[in-house]
Design a protein around this ligand. Structure first.
Ligand code: BJW
Ligand code: ZN
Length: 247
């Protein structure tokens, strides 16, 4: 992998960095991505599981699906890519981590104030009164959890297609993209909006935008650099360059 002089220089000097992550950053932890021949959606149809109408039609099925995935993400551990970003945050004055992932792995790796665009699988809330649910349990006997206050149906706190992102979160991510000097887009196919807009916003405001992915994506041709390879190998390399700055 060749790291350009420009990126090396920015890694040493940038005081404002914004990073967007997607499912690919957790692939090396053992969490399946969505798209691609081995992705979750090569086997399952998102329109049957990842929208509100599908949930209302068959909440039992949707809960079974999220419960299964919740178990997986609880069993896996963060990988060197997650840890590299948590460490980078300590070295950069203005650092913003924006994730599309719902797997909680950035927080478990020690990242702070993560902007979660698409929710978090560890949380859930009542569709009637909006109250967050504490310890929900889905069992063969109790397949759909209900609210302890109003008995409404509880849903996972995940942003499905056609739903608005959590209030203020995308706005904070856009602000960070607009003011950063260096923007990294890591392990995302960049096809889901508005998240995929962030690298382009950063670029329009003068940032140097670098993509880290196993393959080129929909937006590669518009960015300054694409580093092809595993996030768990490339991000620790980039971190090393930042850490060398101190010597
Ligand atoms: C590695 C690697 C390694 C592998 N190292 N890399 C036209 C029709 C209908 C809707 C729309 C439309 N145009 C736009 C829309 C809106 C829609 C949208 O964008 N749709 C497009 C797909 C067309 N967006 C929305 O609906 C959003 N809301 C919205 O816009 O609100 C306004 C609005 C309201 C009302 C009406 C209309 C608009 C909400 C989007 C929510 C997305 N939620 C999901 C599902 C969660 C459910 C679940 O988890 O079960 O979030 S979609 C799914 O995709 C998930 C992800 O966060 C998201 C992004 O995927 P990501 O992270 O990029 O993963 P992959 O798998 O795609 O890519 C992985 C990449 O990693 C690959 O490139 C690999 O190469 C790479 N990789 N290993 C580095 N080791
Ligand atoms: Zn309720």
């Amino acid at each position: 992998m060749v790291i350009s002089h420009k990126l090396r220089a920015l890694l040493k000097t940038a005081e404002s960095v914004c990073v967007l992550t997607g499912a690919g950053i957790s692939a090396e932890s053992g969490v399946e991505t969505f798209r691609g021949s081995k992705g979750l959606w090569s086997k399952l149809k998102p329109e049957e599981l990842a929208n509100f109408n599908a949930f209302m039609r068959n909440p039992e099925l949707v809960w079974e699906w999220y419960n299964y995935r919740k178990k997986i993400v609880q069993e896996v551990t963060p990988n060197p890519a997650h840890y590299a970003l948590a460490r980078l945050q300590e070295l950069v004055k203005d650092f913003t981590l924006v994730t599309q992932n719902i797997d909680n792995l950035h927080i478990r790796a020690g990242s702070k104030e993560v902007l979660e665009l698409h929710g978090n699988i560890e949380r859930s809330y009542c569709i009637s009164c909006g109250k967050f649910a504490e310890h929900i349990e889905v069992t063969p006997e109790k397949k759909v959890p209900h609210c302890s206050s109003c008995n409404g149906i509880i849903r996972p706190d995940i942003v499905w297609f056609g739903e608005m992102l959590p209030e203020g979160v995308f706005e904070s991510a856009s602000d960070a993209a607009e003011r950063c000097e260096l923007f990294l887009t890591v392990g995302t196919s960049a096809v889901v909006y508005p998240a995929a807009q962030l690298p382009l916003t950063a670029q329009a405001h003068g940032a140097y935008v670098v993509e880290i992915n196993m393959e080129r994506t929909e937006i590669s041709h518009r960015l300054q650099e694409t580093l092809l390879g595993k996030a768990g190998e490339i991000l620790p390399e980039l971190l090393k360059i930042r850490e060398e700055k101190k010597e």
